[in-house]
Write a protein of this length. Structure first.
Length: 170
């Protein structure tokens, strides 16, 4: 390799006149900083500026991801809610309706195997229904699987038919 380099040097550089060598040396001295700037310095400088702009966004995403990982870990360690059978769900619904003074409004309350109950209410205020359903879900982990709601002529009143269960809770 060294001999090959020496051959090329003697063939192309040593045979040139001194004036031409001097011009090539000056051209190299002038072009080398320009090439260095456009090929190395300027791309690196613009990349640093871009990274400086994206760093806060990436840090915020990392914090959000860490928070979500903590939440996922907490959810994994949360105890699972026991699935109630149909009779227990019916009893829980009756107890909750009695506590909220809604038992008289319920026209039908039947069990559906394996872990559901069918409820019918002929007239209830929609806001009261939503509030009671939310409380059932939070306190008893009983949720609505299917709901049919019909508006009544009186403002805010509805007729409700729903299937409530607590199975397959995630």
């Amino acid at each position: 390799m060294k001999t090959r380099w020496q051959e090329l040097r003697s063939k192309h550089w040593n045979n040139r006149p001194a004036k031409e060598k001097q011009i090539i040396a000056w051209a190299n001295a002038l072009l080398l900083p320009v090439v260095f700037y456009y090929l190395l310095w300027q791309p690196a400088h613009s990349a640093v500026a871009k990274l400086h702009d994206t760093l806060p966004v990436l840090q915020a995403q990392a914090v959000r991801l860490q928070d979500q990982a903590t939440e996922v870990d907490a959810l994994h360690h949360r105890p699972q809610v026991a699935a109630l059978d149909a009779q227990a769900i019916k009893s829980s619904i009756e107890e909750s309706a009695t506590r909220h003074q809604l038992r008289a409004s319920i026209t039908t309350l039947d069990t559906q195997e394996p872990n559901a109950a069918r409820i019918g209410i002929d007239a209830i205020y929609f806001a009261v229904w939503l509030s009671w359903l939310r409380e059932l879900e939070q306190e008893q982990h009983i949720r609505a699987d299917a709901i049919s709601i019909s508006a009544l002529p009186q403002a805010g009143m509805v007729k409700v038919s729903a299937t409530l269960s607590n199975g397959n809770i995630q």
